[in-house]
Write a protein that binds this ligand. Structure first.
Ligand code: ZN
Length: 294
């Protein structure tokens, strides 16, 4: 009896030693449950919360960029004025504006432009990080037509993006269709209406399949981007040079759209979150479009 008990104890000790020493610990220990609330008592931030924060911050930086751009524009006009006066004064033999005055103004303009570009570059980096891959999106899922050619009769000036339109939802309109506020200008048109580049530039992105449907982004010489969204068909390719009035595609209702219309947006970077009021921007480029009441 005693021998049997001793034997049993021996077996138990051996088995325990085997389990503890020889068996490896489980590879995937269950992770501790995440806390239901954060330290500040609020629920954990979701992906959407984070994105909203990025967009709010981007809106602030975009407004700052626009102020810096307005200041640089003012200084550019001032440099031109001083240059003109200096030249006129040289001829008259009594220069009220000296070369040093012009150089001072030029230095000020350069500093203002550096500041503007610094704001834009930071904004660009932050939005790129929040929307990876967008600027390099390919034509996957796009309804592609043939590459358009520059208009035979060049307009020689900037043009509206469509003809025969009615301006509908404007900049910063509120409504259930948008995350917060409307970031562009809508042009209600019949489906299939040609959509044209407002000015000369280079096609930077064509992307399809998100809330904007089939969209084209054109980069212009002043660094701004124009976006043309909800297209039924795209008639340009990334990298293609386009002239003012050149067809980019046709209007449609792809993506998050309740009916055929063009969503037109002007951006400081290629990314969502850096839009500026589009009609004043167009007016600065010589395209007078006014929102009609009613
Ligand atoms: Zn819109």
């Amino acid at each position: 009896m005693r021998r049997e008990r001793a034997l049993l104890r021996g077996v138990l000790v051996a088995a325990t030693a085997f389990l503890v020493v020889l068996l490896p610990p489980p590879l995937h220990a269950p992770a501790p449950a995440p806390p239901a609330v954060r330290d500040d008592g609020r629920p954990p931030a979701t992906e959407a919360d984070r994105f909203d924060r990025v967009l709010r911050d981007a809106a602030r930086q975009t407004a700052e960029h626009e102020r810096a751009r307005a200041r640089a524009d003012r200084l550019r006009r001032e440099v031109e004025r001083l240059r003109g006066e200096a030249k006129a004064g040289e001829g008259a033999g009594a220069a009220r504006v000296t070369r040093a005055d012009v150089e001072r103004a030029v230095a000020e303009l350069r500093a203002a432009e550096r500041r503007r570009k610094g704001i834009r570059d930071r904004l660009w980096r932050e939005l790129e990080e929040a929307q990876p891959g967008f600027a390099t999106a390919g034509p996957d899922g796009c309804d592609l037509g043939r590459r358009s050619k520059p208009p035979r009769k060049r307009p020689g000036r900037w043009v509206p993006p469509t003809q025969g339109h009615r301006l509908t939802a404007g900049w910063a309109a509120r409504g259930g269709r948008w995350r917060s506020r409307h970031t562009g200008q809508d042009f209600a048109v019949r489906a299939g209406t040609p959509v044209r580049a407002v000015g000369p530039g280079t096609v930077r992105v064509i992307a399809c399949g998100d809330a904007y449907g089939n969209q084209v982004l054109v980069r212009h010489a002043d660094g701004y981007f124009t976006q043309y969204a909800h297209l039924s068909r795209i008639d340009v390719r990334p990298g293609q040079r386009v002239e003012a009035g050149q067809r980019l595609g046709t209007a449609g209702a792809t993506g998050n759209a309740t009916g055929p219309h063009l969503h037109f947006e002007v951006r400081v970077t290629p990314y969502l979150g850096s839009a500026v009021p589009p009609l004043p921007w167009l007016r600065r480029h010589g395209v007078p479009l006014k929102l009609k009441k009613g």
